[in-house]
Design a protein around this ligand. Structure first.
Ligand SMILES: [Zn+2]
Length: 329
């Protein structure tokens, strides 16, 4: 018994009898509210109202601007800000108390990438070769319109067992804020790409998401990667579904991204320190049976450069090592 006194006092809120948890909380309702992020609303950034596409600003300058925007969302070990980053354990803690998830046979590792611009395609093969060398295949989200797609590279990926996903319509970061009919029009325009690669998954550009976006998206794709378990990556503000495993809501399966590998670079980490930065989170994900869902971008200002590829190689060393079955005693 955790609270109260079953004798003369009030009924306990949570009790455990014969290993079975009983709760007076409405867990389903509350956990759904949290996982679908109804507790927060993302703000539409001013730059999405510019009269031109923000990708017309050079990549290096965009990165500096993003760094300035996201610096206010930097995690601080000294503060009690919510949600904590990179580990927010609140909802997981209650879940493990009420209904502990079964341990998977091996940690679930999903490697995902978002190709935001044409410049990203030049680094795709090199990145994927590192993954193949570690025994992994990956998912590559591409923009449906306005970005010159390198079909030879995408075909090369698919031939090697990788998956192509949709990364929105034109990456102007307006998608999540539009009315339903305009969101639908944008998805319709991506239909040829969806059909060409049998696309079933989606990540919203820059992590912008809204209930309306998901309501429309479920008519086009089955799996969404737009949510993070704890989100300091989206310029629209802090959030996250506080959950580390796939869940289904209103006909759409959400797979929370738990390792936005590059994002600590916004907060003064170096490529060489990234693996150590994420090490504790990876151990925590394994311990709570959460999914290890990694995201990077192949653009030169993100992971398309020698230092970041070396860091990614090191990350995959660690993940491949964890994937190995334990040596029998
Ligand atoms: Zn993107």
């Amino acid at each position: 018994m955790l609270w109260g006194d079953r004798g003369d006092g009030p009924e306990p809120l949570i009790s455990i009898d014969a290993g079975q948890a009983h709760s007076r909380f409405d867990w389903d309702r509350w956990s759904t509210l949290v996982r679908t992020e109804r507790y927060t609303t993302q703000a539409r950034p001013l730059y999405t109202r510019l009269p031109f596409h923000y990708h017309r600003i050079p990549g290096k300058l965009r990165r500096l601007t993003a760094k300035a925007l996201l610096s206010g969302q930097a995690p601080s070990v000294d503060s009690n800000s919510f949600p904590a980053f990179p580990i927010e354990q609140g909802l997981e803690l209650v879940a493990h108390l009420l209904d502990p998830p079964a341990a998977p046979s091996s940690p679930s590792v999903v490697l995902t990438h978002d190709i935001d611009t044409g410049a990203g395609f030049g680094w795709v093969r090199q990145t994927a070769e590192i993954e193949f060398a570690h025994g992994f295949q990956s998912t590559w989200h591409v923009v449906g319109q306005g970005v010159p797609l390198d079909y030879a590279v995408l075909d090369w990926l698919v031939e090697r067992g990788c998956q192509v996903g949709l990364h929105g319509y034109n990456h102007d970061n307006k998608l999540a804020f539009l009315p339903a009919d305009q969101i639908r029009r944008r998805f319709d325009a991506c239909r040829p790409l969806i059909d060409r690669y049998g696309i079933t998954c989606f990540r919203s550009p820059s992590w912008f998401r809204s209930p309306m976006l998901f309501e429309v998206a479920r008519d086009y794709i089955q799996v969404d990667y737009s949510r993070l378990d704890t989100d300091r990556s989206c310029p629209g503000g802090l959030g996250g579904c506080l959950w580390t495993r796939p869940f289904t809501h209103d006909g759409l399966t959400h797979v929370p991204t738990t390792v936005p590998f590059e994002d600590p670079l916004y907060w003064s980490e170096s490529p060489e320190s990234l693996v150590d930065y994420w090490r504790q989170k990876l151990e925590w994900l394994r311990a709570c049976h959460g999914g290890i869902v990694v995201n990077t971008h192949p653009e030169p200002q993100f992971s398309g450069n020698a230092r970041m590829l070396a860091a990614y190689d090191k990350l995959l060393d660690l993940l491949a090592e964890q994937q190995k079955p334990p040596v029998p005693a």
